[in-house]
Ligand binder design. Structure first.
Ligand SMILES: [Zn+2]
Length: 295
């Protein structure tokens, strides 16, 4: 099973060039929209409750797919195309950028879930390229706490946080305990984008009584709409095996291709899986509800 699963993910080495491209995307110097490469590989800790394969009588019994779209907040290409997709999405918005608030409010208005897309130091590349408010390994616990709180305050309607880049930070237990501590205080959960094969986020979250929520597959590691549609199909297949799947795409220079790929993949999948927001999944699978009452 494990071997089979591994085939789903395009395990690729982290490269400085990709990292750099992402940094520039956020710095607004160019719109790259390149994720840190997918290294997601752990099968989710919690397989399926009831359910299983075949014969779905209602959408409640269907496998669930949560599509997260990262990198909103900087008026990125593909913003409108993604927002207007005919499924419930999870819109991950970077804090402190020109359209952070606007994008979060718009996503909420359209019925999507909102996450804070928190910039975190990667293993490669210069930390200062991450932009304002990033979580860096050089910071004190107190400063990290302050930055995470500020980021949460900067993104209205957020139900959780996921990491932008962060291959260094998600392997650092000291820092992740502070970040997850803020999640706990604010009634949020953390979604590990899995940009780091050796991430300690999931196990640390579990130890702290938070749900272990992790990306399973990136949609747009290759920037064509046909690839995105294929990845979405893989996500659906994975969901039918393990009952749910979390998948991540991006707005940015290739944002329109990502949105188009998702759109083109939907007709085939709509009767096989249910597309849900990440909060729906967290409530159902982990029996965990955000403590905050959203305004
Ligand atoms: Zn990102």
């Amino acid at each position: 099973m494990k071997m089979r699963r591994l085939n789903f993910w395009r395990r690729r080495q982290f490269t400085g060039a990709k990292d750099l491209a992402m940094v520039f995307a956020i710095a607004g110097l160019m719109f790259a929209g390149v994720p840190e490469p997918a290294v997601a590989s752990n099968a989710p800790g919690q397989a399926a409750g009831a359910g299983g394969n075949g014969g779905y009588a209602s959408e409640h019994q269907m496998p669930k797919v949560a599509v997260i779209i990262d990198d909103f907040g900087n008026n990125m290409k593909g913003t409108e195309e993604a927002m207007s997709l005919p499924i419930k999405l999870t819109v991950a918005v970077m804090p402190f950028l020109p359209t952070s608030k606007e994008d979060a409010i718009e996503a909420h208005k359209r019925g999507h879930d909102v996450l804070v897309h928190l910039p975190m130091e990667p293993r490669h590349g210069k930390p200062q390229w991450l932009g304002p408010g990033a979580v860096l390994s050089s910071l004190s616990n107190e400063e990290i706490h302050k930055r995470v709180e500020a980021a949460v305050d900067a993104v209205p309607y957020a139900v959780g946080i996921n990491n932008h880049m962060g291959s260094r930070i998600t392997g650092d237990e000291r820092i992740m305990r502070v970040v997850l501590g803020v999640c706990k205080e604010r009634g949020l959960f953390f979604v590990d984008s899995k940009t780091n094969y050796h991430s300690i986020v999931g196990q640390t979250a579990q130890q702290m009584g938070l749900p272990r929520v992790e990306n399973h597959i990136f949609l747009d590691d290759i920037h064509t709409s046909s690839h995105v549609a294929r990845q979405l199909k893989l996500a659906a297949q994975l969901a039918s095996e393990q009952n749910y799947c979390i998948t991540i795409g991006h707005v940015g220079v290739h944002g329109k291709e990502t949105a188009a790929g998702i759109r083109s993949g939907l007709p085939d999948l709509k009767n096989r899986v249910q597309f849900v927001g990440i909060s729906d999944l967290v409530k159902e699978k982990w029996k965990w509800s955000p403590l905050l009452t959203l305004p």
